[in-house]
Design a protein around this ligand. Structure first.
Ligand SMILES: *Cc1c(COP(=O)(O)O)cnc(C)c1O
Length: 392
């Protein structure tokens, strides 16, 4: 028999699931309401609690993350903030990787502080054993209720020995991993002892730069605890956004395979150029955590950070000479994007803060899109030739 199940879990005979815009659902009888309340039937009730378009996306992300259940949110930041507010209480503490997405750092250190929750940063640029040592002493001192690891981290792609963290902490401590920079295609933290994995679906999972969403996946118990807060706080994805994510998931692994292949080629080219001082890409042996990469990652994605052998102005000039990438800060979209980190994401930071986070004047974050590696390399080659005056 030919295929008859709709691609995205529709109950009708569309190949593609329709968009369910409704905010309100009805019950056929009082009997059905009672069955619903006693959890004997699963029905939708109100648009802030559930939606068929979310459900399809959640099911597919859950399968990729190897979780028991998944929730999607209006953005990655909403997934993170709702999860932490759900799981932490006044007086608790959380240990986190200081090298992480700027807004996550702000939420952890400034917003949670207002609620009497202490966030303790640990720098993840250190060697793996130094990180574990600092982590162990912090954990023994604070007995933190949660750990938040961005892995790989922004923008240097540092990694953490997750299995060691899992050995150190008690069963009650929740380990949360934001693996947006790897995506579930390249890294499944739940298999290595994480309790919750976070994605900014805005990046690789959407992949087209036209939707914003976030997700968390984990055990049924933890996901249900967070669901209660999503129901109340209302950080929900629009049904149309969920439909776009379903579209994106159809090509997700194809796109990731392309990013992994082209990313490695571009990173290898950059490493071979005399005008490039350092490349941060977990697929290269020169990455400080390439040993951890071999344990945890099955591919290395499309984000490459590198420093030029150049000052601030020549770095800016190099970027201005490129023809293919858009200048801006996003990754995992259909087009290449480039940013000079010190004037984009880290512009408001002081010199000292930038130094602490290793944001050199010549640090560039480059993320590839659907372009072929040879086109991107050709573009980089000619921009380098323009700035440095020689054929690289
Ligand atoms: C972009 C990003 C976020 C935030 O996601 P939004 O969808 O932009 O809210 C969180 N973590 C990481 C690692 C990110 O790159």
């Amino acid at each position: 028999m030919v295929r008859q199940d709709p691609l995205n879990g529709s109950s009708e005979n569309n190949c593609v699931q329709p968009i369910y815009r409704g905010s309100t659902y009805f019950f056929k009888s009082t009997e059905e309401v009672i069955q619903y309340q006693e959890e004997k039937v699963k029905l939708d009730r109100y648009g802030r609690y559930s939606n068929p378009n979310w459900a399809s996306v959640e099911k597919r992300i859950c399968g990729m993350e190897h979780g028991e259940d998944t929730l999607i949110f209006s953005s990655g930041m909403n997934a993170i903030s709702t999860t932490l507010i759900a799981l932490l209480e006044f007086g608790d503490s959380i240990i986190f990787t200081e090298n992480c997405y700027r807004n996550t750092r702000f939420f952890l250190s400034s917003v949670l502080a207002k609620m009497g929750i202490k966030a303790i940063p640990i720098n993840s640029s250190n060697t793996s054993s130094d990180f574990i040592k600092s982590f162990e002493s912090c954990y023994q001192k604070f007995k933190s209720k949660a750990v938040f690891l961005e892995m790989p981290c922004n923008p240097h792609l540092y990694l953490i020995d997750l299995e060691k963290i899992e050995e150190i902490v008690d069963d009650e401590t929740v380990i949360i991993v934001d693996s947006t920079l790897a995506s579930p295609h390249n890294f499944t933290p739940l298999d290595f002892g994480a309790d919750i994995v976070v994605q900014s679906c805005t990046k690789y999972i959407c992949g087209h730069g036209d939707a914003m969403a976030g997700s968390i996946s984990g055990s049924q118990d933890l996901v249900d605890r967070v669901r209660l807060y999503r129901n109340v706080m209302g950080g929900i994805a629009d049904p149309h956004c969920a439909s776009l994510l379903s579209r994106s998931l159809e090509t997700f692994s194809l796109r990731m395979e392309h990013y992994n292949r082209a990313g490695l080629e571009v990173a290898q080219y950059l490493e071979s150029s005399p005008h490039v001082k350092r490349v941060f890409y977990t697929g290269l042996d020169s990455h400080p955590h390439s040993d951890l990469a071999r344990t945890y990652l099955t591919g290395h994605g499309g984000v490459i950070s590198f420093e030029l052998n150049a000052d601030f102005d020549s770095t800016a000039q190099f970027i201005d000479c490129l023809k293919l990438p858009f200048m801006g800060s996003n990754f995992g979209v259909n087009v290449a994007m480039i940013e000079q980190c010190s004037i984009f994401t880290y512009h408001q930071y002081s010199e000292a803060e930038r130094q602490k986070l290793q944001i050199a004047d010549s640090l560039i974050r480059f993320s590839i899109g659907n372009e072929e590696a040879h086109s991107l390399i050709g573009d980089i080659q000619s921009a380098l030739a323009k700035v440095f005056g020689v054929n690289p």
